[in-house]
Design a protein around this ligand. Sequence first.
Ligand code: C2E
Ligand code: MG
Ligand code: MG
Length: 656
Amino acid sequence: MLASCLLHKGVSSKFSVILTNVSIASISTWLTYQTWLFIGQLLILDLISPSTTSLITNLGILALCQFFYTSIFVSIYYSLKSNLPIWQVWKQECLSSSLTHFTGAGIAGIIFKLLNYADVFSIAVSLIIFSVVYFTYRHIIKEMTKSIEQAEQAERDKAEAERDRRIEVEKYAEDLTHALKKEEETGKALRKSRQAFQHAALHDSLTKLPNRAYFGEIVREIIAKNRENSECQSCYVLFLDLARFKTINDSLGHTIGDKVLMLVAKRFLRMLGQTDFVARLGGDEFAIVLKNIESAEIAEHLVWNIHQKISQPFSISGNKINIGINIGIAPCTDDYATPEDVLRDADIAMHYAKERGSGVELFSRDLRQQFIQRAQVESELPFAIERGEMALHYQPIISLKDGSLIGFEALLRWFHRDRGFVSPAEFIPIAEETGHIVPITTWILKETCGQLAKWQKMSYANRQLIVSVNISGKHLSYQSLLVDVEMALEATKLSPSSLKLEITESAAMENAEQTIRMLSHLKSLGVQLSIDDFGTGYSSLSYLHRLPLDTLKIDRSFVNSVGENGEDSEILQTIISLAKNLKIRVIAEGIETESQLNILKNLGCDYGQGYLMSKPLPMETMEKLIFEKQNWLPSNSTENVSNITEISKDKNLPSF
Ligand code: C2E
Ligand code: MG
Ligand code: MG
């Protein structure tokens, strides 16, 4: 064993290992020997007989005992070292060594036989055979070791590859977890941004109220429910428009304007019930759905409440703000198919509330009819002249002193091909709003100037006649008016003093400084100027004094309100005195009765215009009358002329 240890493990091997091996071998050899002796005595064996049977038995016992003791000691030793069960160690490490012991015993038997019974030749042959067998054995062992090593290496490589693969898989799993986590985070962010996007798509960024799209969805649902169940509690849709918001924006700036909108939104939210819904449609327009309202009266009552609360003045950054509101109400019935239809009708009602100054209007079919008509007027007005539907009628203006014809007021008439006569009260405000009044007036100026120039040329007596053309307030702010007037006069060769421009009092006072400037320019052209509908426009006397006026036309409401015997004529009297003091002539319009005429004469009114003398007439009729009629006053209305002449004897007054 010592030689074997030194041969295989080398001198440098651990001493303890060599000592253990040598000790185990010595002890087991001794024990083997003792056991052999004991068995020999026990079985009365012939231990030293040279017979082959005895040799095999002895060698067998020796080999078995040697194997048994050695393997037991080795197993105990390894078991203690590796903490494995002895039996397992024996099986794994020692069982195979039995072969060495039995082979060794076999070889020993053969050597014994050879040494005792063989000759030199057979020993030599045996040695050769042994050498061949030994070397073959060595070779086989070497090959086996090599294969085992290769198998072990392959096993190791496989294990390594397995480990690498595991590491890779683990890394991949880690990457995958990371990617999944990242994906989850991205998904979360995406969900969040989708929610934010959805919110932004359905809400107004300034007031945070729902927007038009969201409002549409809510009304759509209500309509659908109404259609499914006709006994559903009724809802009302309100269209709300802030009044004077543009002025606030223009005068106080957009920051204040934004604050006003936010404050109004807060007020809406505070005053509405939980089931109600408010949205900002855009600009200064809002919409509300009032749910579960039993009747239109209750709806109106609630809306008036809203109107009153929103109209409360408030203060922003030290600015006191008075904001008004116009509200249109439309019942959300099952007649409606889309939210746009309900909103449109609420909008129509709101427009009427604005136009009439009532603040709140409930939608009705009549309103829609009017609205449609208005829309028709708006769309057809621009083509009315070229279609030949517009004409001018002339209403005579008469001297109340002697009944002579002083001139005419040109009044526009529209004979619509389908609707027939359309009243100026209907289309003039629309023309003013849309700006179409400007080209229309340009055409009127040319027409009237041309017409008067023609009449003036027809007779010497007509040379003093004057034509009055109404100028809308809006047109006054256009510099082009000067050019239009100049061109009309130039084209028709009419004397500028034969043309009079009438401006309503309210229009003149709306932007008094600008009116003064414009009228001064017009005056410098030589035309005459008159204030129309005087008494209805809250004139400031200081401005009135500065306007370069030739005449003042008293509104027909004052003429109308005078009683048969001159009752309530104080206002007329005051206006006439005022005009005299300002040294301008007075025309009274809307004279319908002789008593009105007589009172005006008595008060010293210079000129008159009204159905009593003549209605506005078409050009052809008027042309005839100009030549036929000398006195336009009714024959029995001259009793108090003396009185009139007395008041109008003022020599400082300009002629008409
Ligand atoms: P206005 O300029 O005050 O015209 C007088 C209106 O009173 C005319 O109404 C005329 O027909 C009416 N009238 C005259 N005498 C009497 C009377 O005795 N009794 C009653 N009840 N009415 C009388 P019309 O033609 O309907 O015009 C209404 C308004 O429309 C005009 O009021 C004027 O503001 C505007 N308008 C008419 N034509 C034109 C125009 O060519 N251009 C502009 N800008 N406005 C016009
Ligand atoms: Mg007029
Ligand atoms: Mg008038």
